[in-house]
Structures are given as C-alpha cells and as structure tokens.
Write a protein of this length. Structure first.
Length: 265
C-alpha cells in the first residue's frame, strides 16, 4: 500500500494545492495535524482537508484555534494568529477540527479487504501516526536526543510525526541512533528523494510541513510511504509564496508570518 503523508498545512492554501497537485496516486492519506494556524486561509484549507477523506489527527494549533487548549505556551505571534483563526473559522470547520482525535493512532498497512481476517497491530502490519511524539502529542522531536526515548519505548517499527516542520527523521538500529535528512538535487523546482528503510530498524519519520517549512527550504513538503517497497519518498514542491503572503497581510496578521515563508524558517 502507498500512503500519502501530510502535516502542518497551517492555513496555507497555495502550498496545499501545489502539494496535492504534485502528489502521486496513493491508497490512503494520513494527515498528522496542524491543519490551521499561522497563515491566512483557515476555512479554505480546512474544507480541502476534510474533502481528502484522510485519516487525520489533531495538532496543537488545531486545539488552540478551537478552544481545547490555552495559548499559555504559544509565543505572541503564534497566539495572535490562533486568536484570529478562532474568530474567522466557520462553525462547521471549527467543530470538525475540535473533534479530531489525538495521537498516536494505529494505521494498518495491509489492504482493507484483508484486515478483518489478518490484521493485528504488530510488526509489519501497522504503523503509528502522531503529531509530536508517541509519548506526548505536543512534544517536539528536533534532534536525535529527543527521539531516543520514544524510539526505545515504541513497539512499532515505523512512526510518522509532524510538529517540528523539519523534513526527515530519526532511526534506531540496535544501540545506534541516527538523524535522517533527504538530499535534493535542486532548491527551486519539484524534487523527490527516496529513502529505503531497513527491516530491523525503528524509524520516526517527519514528512515536513506543507504550509510553513522551517528547514531552510521554502518549498512545500510531504512524503509517501510504500509498504510493499518499505521505503519513504520525500517531496518538495514550489508554490506561490507571494500569494500566501498576501493572505497574511490582508488578514492583518503579524508581518513575520509572511516573511518567514520566504525564508523557510
């Protein structure tokens, strides 16, 4: 089976549309949370995300923008964007976001018609998806040290997470821990990088952020997991950054939210 992995769209409809137009055909879509926040098109993105029919878990901005958590741990700019989003979301979209389940969620990797008789949540038959970490949905896994305990404690060989807006991930093979980053041949056009996975290792993979990358690459990021090949392919896609910035300016959101889109930070 092929799984399209998307995360951290953050109300950026231009980036979302570019990513979906470039994404290859897949059997299922897995959305790792933070549909809204930061950018200026929350209803357009939420409508589009709902129409995907994806398995979606909530992110911290989805919670903050629907009143499920306080803004105590948000920086002032993120808090201002959350308050604006909360005010501007339609009632229907706010309720949909509010009902999103928290992670981790278990996803079978075998076809639907085979699940009733053969599926069990064990090695080779399932993956797990989280927003932050399997241990805490709001935890950031930025460096290898952050991922060591979650990797050691999980029973799943493959976990997909978001939250950091950094494409790549981490690997545990025996007592060795490594950081994984895709290597692209370009920085201004559509590109992809296939990463074969080792059957005996455990992985935590981040498809990157569609709507607000923070790894120095301004292009929208997503990934595809092929369970038959046991490989992850990372993608980067250029989009109309200036149009997304105009939505931010029109909404009178903090200017920094617009400038960072042009920096990938």
């Amino acid at each position: 089976m092929r799984f399209l992995l998307i995360s951290d769209i953050h109300s950026n409809i231009e980036a979302f549309n570019a990513a979906m137009n470039a994404a290859p055909s897949c059997d299922r879509v897995l959305n790792l949370g933070d549909v809204v926040g930061y950018n200026g098109s929350p209803n357009e993105v939420t409508d589009a995300a709902r129409n995907l029919g994806a398995t979606t878990i909530r992110g911290n901005h989805d919670k903050a923008c629907t009143g499920l958590m306080t803004l105590e741990n948000f920086n002032p700019i993120a808090g201002m964007a959350a308050l604006w989003t909360m005010k501007n979301l339609s009632e229907e979209n706010r309720e949909w976001l509010k009902q999103l389940p928290h992670g981790p969620a278990i996803v079978p990797t075998i076809p639907l018609e085979d699940q009733e008789q053969t599926w069990s949540p064990g090695e080779g038959t399932a993956i797990q998806i989280v927003h932050g970490s399997p241990l805490d949905e709001d935890e950031y896994m930025i460096v290898t040290r952050d991922a060591q305990e979650p990797l050691a404690r999980t029973r799943f060989p493959l976990t997909f997470f978001g939250h950091t807006h950094i494409q790549g991930g981490f690997c545990a093979n025996g007592q060795k821990f490594d950081t994984l980053r895709p290597e692209y041949s370009s920085s201004d056009r559509s590109d992809h990088y296939e990463m074969p996975l080792q059957p005996k290792a455990k992985y935590m993979i981040n498809p990157g952020s569609i709507g607000q990358p923070r790894d120095g690459d301004v292009r929208a990021a997503f990934a595809v997991f092929d369970s038959d090949k046991y490989a992850v392919t990372f993608y980067r896609v250029p989009y109309d950054v200036s149009a997304a910035q105009k939505h931010i300016y029109s909404a009178k959101l903090p200017e920094r939210l617009a400038t960072r889109l042009g920096e990938g930070r």
